[in-house]
Design a protein around this ligand. Structure first.
Ligand code: KIV
Length: 251
């Protein structure tokens, strides 16, 4: 798709019904992101998410997907401890959950792991720039602007065997240079329009949560408002005895 300049569309999903909706929209790739810690579990960041939780959600997404590529996101401390642990956990996404690939955060520091996992036959998507699992080291969720480091990280993860790289929170001109330099596709989130593909967090773009959104998120729907409207109508109907009407009763 990169060679044909056909933009890659990617979206997160975390459960069976939404995976079905995303898949039937024609999306190319579904990421079961550890962002579920924030948008599903209501946590402040992604750090507490566990491997077992990721396997649970990834299996649901795989069951709801028939055509898109499903990528499982390796959570904090599931790959940093040792090469063996990283390989074992990457394998769980494939064997137990049925994912087709895994994603992990980091650049030069995780190249050995990328090489080990991809050598075992598991496609690895890298993730550089604003890497949420390093939120404390970065001093918050901040745009990353060190062009030399970002370019070096991108080239290193490609050389290590990554099939694709997520560029998050990077100024557009830097992301464009990286995209033009690499042979593997870049998937941008807060990295401008020149990337080979784009990804967003589903609950942000569909307006499911009311948390403040980063600048790069475009809200394509307001499901929060639609759901509230339906729920309020139900309450009103029940209170006035309008539901269930005879149409919804067994005779
Ligand atoms: O966890 C996630 O959803 C991600 C995407 C935002 C790329 O890593």
């Amino acid at each position: 798709m990169k060679q044909e300049k056909d933009k890659i569309t990617a979206m997160t999903a975390y459960d069976y019904p939404f995976a079905g909706i995303v898949d039937s929209s024609g999306m190319d790739m579904i990421l079961v992101g550890d962002s579920l810690g924030m948008v599903i579990q209501g946590r402040e960041n992604t750090l507490p998410v566990t491997m077992d939780e990721m396997i649970y959600h990834t299996a649901m997404v795989v069951r709801g997907t028939s055509r898109a590529m499903v990528v499982g996101d390796m959570p904090f401390m599931s790959y940093q401890v040792s090469r063996e642990k990283a390989l074992e956990n990457a394998g769980r996404f494939i064997k137990e959950a049925g994912a087709s690939a895994v994603k992990l955060e980091g650049g030069a520091d995780v190249c050995e792991l990328i090489h080990g996992i991809s050598s075992a036959g598991i496609p690895v998507q890298a993730h550089i720039g604003l890497t949420p699992q390093s939120v404390h080291q970065m001093g918050g969720f901040k745009v990353q602007r060190d062009e030399d480091r970002l370019m070096a990280d991108a080239l290193k993860v490609q050389d290590a065997g990554a099939f694709s790289v997520v560029l998050e929170g990077i100024p557009s001109p830097i992301a464009a240079k990286i995209t033009d330099t690499l042979t593997i596709p870049t998937i941008g989130i807060g990295a401008g329009s020149h990337c080979d593909g784009q990804i967003l967090v589903l609950h942000d773009m569909l307006g499911i949560n009311s948390r403040p959104l980063p600048k790069f998120v475009k809200k394509y729907a307001d499901l929060n408002a639609a759901a509230l409207l339906g729920l309020k109508q139900y309450i009103e109907d029940v209170k006035r005895g309008g539901f269930p009407s005879s149409d919804y009763e067994y005779k």
